[in-house]
Design a protein around this ligand. Structure first.
Ligand SMILES: Cc1cc2nc3c(=O)[nH]c(=O)nc-3n(C[C@H](O)[C@H](O)[C@H](O)COP(=O)(O)O)c2cc1C
Length: 207
């Protein structure tokens, strides 16, 4: 008996957290880019992004970044950043899809700039988590015009209410409510569903 069918999806975005990337424009202002092709291993973040974005251009010239993690209640502001680019000269493909050039992404989204500690791009004050870093490598992926950007994390700053009580350096996963994108739609996380055997490992052992 067959339980599955073959399909040919145009995208494989099965659900990842949304991140708003801060990078430095040539004029010293900060560009914001919503994205969700991200994963973390140890103190390294890996970001998947289109090579023609203003963000990719900024990172090649000025390799500093903030990964701002929006909570689910910031979805309206994040959605305002969709279909915008900080690049005045956008690709024909983006123009066709309805993208518009926006120089002031903070003003456009209704977000507030907050001075970062270790890098020049500003952080998004409303986001509960700010992960600052420098670019350690930019890899061209097998597919044309796609990049994997490696970020070496230099500082992490959070709003106190997402911390685990009694543990100043830990996040409480029951309090941290990330915004998630799945197949171009926004979601939040549901409740914890099962005890975790992995969680029997002391988090400090990952340090
Ligand atoms: C929720 C969301 C997630 C996105 N995820 C990605 C992504 O993972 N990688 C990417 O290259 N673009 C992603 N995009 C599209 C970029 O935001 C878009 O290319 C934008 O124009 C880049 O901004 P910039 O040109 O000012 O750097 C996403 C957009 C939204 C709204």
């Amino acid at each position: 008996m067959s339980t599955h069918v073959d399909i040919d999806p145009a995208i494989l975005y099965f659900g990842t957290p949304v991140v708003v990337l801060s990078t430095l424009n040539e004029d010293g202002s900060t560009n914001l880019m919503p994205m969700s092709s991200v994963f973390w291993l140890g103190r390294t973040a890996v970001l998947g992004m289109g090579a023609s974005s203003q963000t990719a251009r900024n990172l090649r010239e000025r390799p500093e970044i903030v990964l701002n993690l929006p909570s689910v209640d910031l979805v309206t502001q994040v959605d305002r950043l969709a279909l915008t680019t900080g690049s005045a000269a956008m690709s024909a493909a983006k123009a066709e899809r309805g993208y518009v050039h926006v120089a002031d992404k903070y003003g456009h989204a209704g977000l507030t700039a907050y001075g970062s500690d270790t890098v020049l791009p500003t952080s998004v004050a409303e986001c509960p988590v700010h992960i600052e870093g420098t670019i350690s490598a930019i890899h061209e992926l097998g597919e044309p015009k796609l990049l994997a950007v490696e970020v070496a994390v230099t500082a992490v700053r959070v709003m106190p209410d997402v911390r685990l009580e009694g543990h100043p350096n830990r996040i409480d996963p029951d309090r941290w409510r990330p915004l998630v994108m799945s197949f171009q739609q926004f979601y939040g996380l549901g409740e914890r569903v099962h005890p975790s055997r992995l969680a029997s490992i002391d988090e400090e052992l990952y340090r």
